[in-house]
Design a protein around this ligand. Structure first.
Ligand SMILES: CC(C)(COP(=O)(O)OP(=O)(O)OC[C@H]1O[C@@H](n2cnc3c(N)ncnc32)[C@H](O)[C@@H]1OP(=O)(O)O)[C@@H](O)C(=O)NCCC(=O)NCCS
Length: 172
């Protein structure tokens, strides 16, 4: 695992958070408790700051960065699917970013909103709470996030919190 300071700023890592040996976390980064950061993920706080809440999963090969002197904020219980990119955006609690999606500068993804696989959320776009955005560029579809989806994903998110503990004990 590469967790490195940059110009005197060191990542703050909360209790129970797991960072895979091939993931990189640099500089001005705050990661909450019981997060899971998967293989190949990069969280780069060099000229900007990255704040991530607790029990959030940053899956394999995700890239998180911020613009100079700005902040990327990611809440609690967020799921960043495999290989997604979050750049200078705000992701609120419980949101789900599908595999390979991109969320660009100043975009806001609301609580329990979902960005579909491969979607590109353009700069400054706001996805309201419990809505689903699909496509390139992303558009919000009529179908909302229903209670069944919330129940299923609450369980999946719990599995990732469990993985943070299992990886700490199981990767030897
Ligand atoms: C996005 C998501 C909520 C769609 O849910 P769903 O119940 O399968 O939705 P539907 O199949 O009814 O699709 C609804 C509409 O969105 C479109 N859509 C769904 N996924 C899409 C995608 N990835 N790209 C483009 N359009 C998509 C469908 O074509 C459909 O469009 P239409 O209404 O014009 O026909 C669901 O696929 C999802 O949760 N994706 C994220 C999965 C993921 O990456 N998880 C992280 C990995 S651990």
């Amino acid at each position: 695992m590469t967790v490195q300071s940059f110009e005197g700023k060191s990542p703050e890592i909360g209790d129970g958070t797991y960072i895979h040996p091939s993931a990189d976390v640099f500089g001005n980064v705050v990661l909450g408790e019981q997060c899971w950061v998967g293989p190949g993920a990069r969280i780069r706080g060099d000229y900007g700051r990255i704040e991530i809440g607790s029990r959030t999963s940053v899956e394999d090969n995700c890239v998180i960065h911020a613009r100079p002197d700005e902040v990327t904020r990611i809440g609690d219980w967020v799921t960043l699917g495999h290989a997604c990119i979050v750049h200078n955006a705000t992701i609120e609690d419980w949101a789900i970013l599908g595999m390979g999606s991109i969320v660009s500068d100043w975009a806001v993804i609301g609580e329990w909103a979902v960005v579909a696989e491969g979607a590109v959320v353009r700069q400054k776009m706001e996805i309201p709470s419990r809505r689903i955005a699909v496509g390139v560029p992303a558009r919000v579809i009529e179908k909302p996030v229903d209670d069944g989806y919330v129940a299923d994903w609450t369980r999946f998110k719990g599995i990732y919190v469990g993985l943070a503990k299992r990886y700490r004990e199981g990767l030897r």
